[in-house]
Design a protein around this ligand. Structure first.
Ligand code: ADP
Length: 683
């Protein structure tokens, strides 16, 4: 049989982080690796890392990664003896497995018959009932008569969940709160299921109101052995998509762990399973658990299991596919510590998680700078700095996986690691992950599948900023601008700052989401100090508070900000385009702060009496200088015209006097807050 044939070349029929991850293990096992790619991925990371790569077709997955014949052809062309499907794409496609069997290529996964057995929800439930695996109370029979279904729902007790037997991806699924709404919901689900799957069969389940999603990793070899590698809790989901996963599941007793593990192995054996699989259960508040479905492939979240067991699941998969026995028996498997995985998506949580695209101008993680132990932190990613993120595929960029001696330590490491992850150029859910991972309810293990929904108010609340955050952002903005301008030193030229002279600067800060609003959401920080030395102290006034502050640059984007003797290390930078680079981003282990930064005046105290300055109200272009320096003007006379947002703005004389100097010429671009000219009023 082909599955017991050893092979020396592995083709990975996938892309992104999973393709890179599978090839890493394959290489370590001495296998030659072959990648496949679509036109959108011609220079993608998985292609760069493979020994060989073969083009499948155009960008659309239908014409490339999902095309069975093209993948089989690529295997033949490269001489690959085996194909690892990763997850998604062809990983649970029975016809693909049959095509490989026919071509004598090993499929790293279960037999087609096992995939088929789990493909239909009703049929799978019947098999599971047979194997003594607990099911959610419900009905999954063939008789689909309206009155009978209604009677079954009444018997189960409301709320019930209607599910399409042929369903997947949450389609054709509806919660029914009471008998009155049943018929309408049934009609709706049938229509949806017919449209999506060409099938109208329904099953009914009791709807559990506070279940946790707990799944068991199982492994079987082709010699009849099967083990479980414990469980993962994946309750933190957004629209049935997992966001944060952990292993082991908090609060599991040894007894329950064994019971669920053994039920999962029974489920796998019932369908003649071979390889890595996951049996998903709903765990109810009272400790009852119910079979939900089996995923007949490696899961996205498998690394948390690897972290707590010390095993490489891809190596297990490849060994099993080569016909070897399972590397370990049940009593040789143990759990060490705790692990979390956070999924980094290119999406905007503030815009209903809209997928984001762009070019990653930076994608890096500074483990050393954040003092993170490389043995405890793993970044599985399919991208690198410079890569483009397109609309064609799943927006997951990477997975951050951490390990700790216990849950609290692992969670602290997760937060530090999220803070050390530096992603620029593409909007991601990184800050949202930080809000989740620092959420008190998550820290207290108050887990259920509606966690995000239930905590929406606090997870998405408009941010309240602390004095420390305002102070830090004000300084970071000043510091970064100074550093960027150092080459031609406009620091001294444009803005009223004078070396060795005391000065005052006012900075307005507000939530970037409200940058266009009227002023009441703004905080004003008054900064006083000198620039004799870069690390000189500043005096900051925010409302009624005053603080002594200093800023020290460390390596890269890292800075240390000391406020009244309290020093904090953080990552800080300015983001935005060109001279609109005015959002300060500060990341520390407690989360991410973004503040829109704007100078609202610049006054040189030394000469304030005799001279005043005029600053640009917004980013724009100088259109014309209307007077000669030195020429006398009267208060209100136009001095200079600038254009911003397609409108002209005239700078007028603030008093009788003369322009001492202009800082810009017609045609120059000016940034918001730039000092445009020096004005000397008459005595
Ligand atoms: P699909 O195959 O469409 O993804 P599943 O049967 O796997 O559908 O269910 C998806 C999600 O719906 C689960 O992860 C869980 O959050 C929720 N769910 C499923 N069945 C129930 C149930 N009986 N009670 C409560 N929630 C459920």
């Amino acid at each position: 049989m082909s599955r017991s044939t050893p092979f020396d070349t592995l083709l990975v029929a996938n892309r992104g982080e999973i393709a890179c991850r599978v090839m890493r293990t394959a290489r370590a096992m001495g296998l030659r690796t072959v990648a496949v790619y679509s036109d959108a991925d011609a220079n993608a990371r998985h292609v760069r890392e493979a020994d060989e790569a073969i083009r499948l077709g155009p960008a659309a997955a239908r014409e490339s990664y999902l095309k069975v014949e093209a993948v089989v052809e690529a295997a033949k062309r490269s001489g690959a003896g085996a194909i690892h499907p990763g997850y998604g794409f062809l990983s649970e496609n029975g016809a693909f497995v049959e095509a490989l069997d026919a071509a004598g290529i090993v499929f790293v996964g279960p037999p087609a018959s096992a995939i088929a057995a789990m493909g239909d929800k009703s049929a799978a439930k019947a098999r599971m009932a047979n194997a003594g695996v607990p099911l959610v109370p419900g009905y999954h029979g063939d008789d689909q008569d309206d009155a009978l279904l209604r009677a079954e729902a009444d018997k189960i007790g409301y709320p019930v969940l209607l599910k399409a037997s042929a369903g997947g991806g949450g389609k054709g699924m509806r919660v029914v709160e009471s008998g009155e709404g049943f018929q309408a919901a049934l009609d709706g689900c049938r229509r949806e299921s017919q449209a999506a799957f060409g099938d109208q069969r329904m099953l009914i389940e009791k709807y559990l109101t506070q279940p946790r999603h707990v799944e068991v990793q199982v492994f079987c070899d082709s010699h009849g052995a099967g083990v479980y590698l414990f469980e993962r809790d994946c309750s933190v989901q957004r629209r049935h998509q997992k966001v944060l996963e952990e292993a082991p599941a908090p609060g599991m007793s040894e007894g329950l762990r064994r019971e669920m593990g053994e039920a999962a192995v029974r489920a796998a054996k019932e369908i003649g399973y071979v390889g890595a699989g996951t049996v998903e259960f709903l765990l109810d508040a009272d400790g009852s658990f119910y079979f939900m479905e089996m995923n007949t492939r490696l899961q996205v979240e498998h690394p948390v299991t690897e972290m707590i067991t010390g095993q490489d699941l891809v190596e297990w998969q490849l060994r099993v596919a080569m016909g070897e026995e399972l590397p370990l028996a049940q009593n040789e498997l143990t759990i060490t510590g705790h692990s979390f995985e956070a999924r980094l998506y290119a999406e905007d949580p503030e815009q209903d998680f809209l997928p984001a695209t762009g070019t990653l101008t930076r994608f890096a993680m500074d483990l050393e700078g954040a003092e993170l132990d490389p043995a405890r932190v793993r970044l599985d990613s399919g991208v690198a700095t410079g890569d483009a993120v397109s609309m064609h595929y799943d927006p997951m960029l990477a997975k951050l996986i951490v390990h700790g001696n216990d849950r609290a330590q692992a969670l602290a490491t997760l937060n530090r690691a999220l803070a050390a992850l530096d992603v620029q150029g593409v909007v991601t859910n990184r800050a949202f992950l930080q809000r989740l991972a620092t959420h008190p309810a998550f820290q207290a293990c108050e887990l259920d599948t509606r966690f995000i929904e239930k905590n929406e108010a606090t997870l998405f609340a408009p941010k309240q900023y602390s004095t420390e955050e305002y102070a830090g952002a004000a300084l970071v903005g000043l510091h970064q601008l100074a550093r960027e301008c150092e080459s031609d030193s406009p620091w001294d030229r444009h803005d009223g700052f004078r070396l060795n002279a005391p000065h005052t600067i006012r900075i307005a800060l507000c939530d970037p989401a409200h940058a266009q609003d009227d002023d009441d959401s703004e905080a004003v920080v008054v900064v006083e100090g000198t620039r004799e030395r870069e690390d000189a102290a500043w005096h900051l006034t925010i409302g009624s508070e005053t603080l002594t502050a200093r800023l020290d640059s460390l390596e890269g984007d890292a800075v240390a900000i000391t406020l009244d003797g309290h020093r904090r290390r953080l990552q800080a930078r300015l983001v935005g385009e060109g001279s609109e680079r005015n959002v300060v981003v500060i990341v520390d282990p407690r989360g991410e702060t973004r503040l829109f930064w704007r100078r609202i005046d610049a006054i040189d105290h030394g000469r304030q009496e005799a001279e005043s300055t005029l600053t640009a109200p917004m980013h724009g272009t100088v259109v014309a200088l209307l007077v000669e320096p030195g020429a006398r003007v009267e208060k209100g006379m136009p001095l200079m015209v600038m254009e911003a947002m397609k409108m002209e703005h005239t700078m007028a004389a603030p008093a009788d006097g003369h322009v001492a100097s202009f800082h810009f010429q017609a045609g120059d671009t000016v940034g918001q807050g730039d000092v445009l000219l020096e004005f000397a009023a008459d005595d």
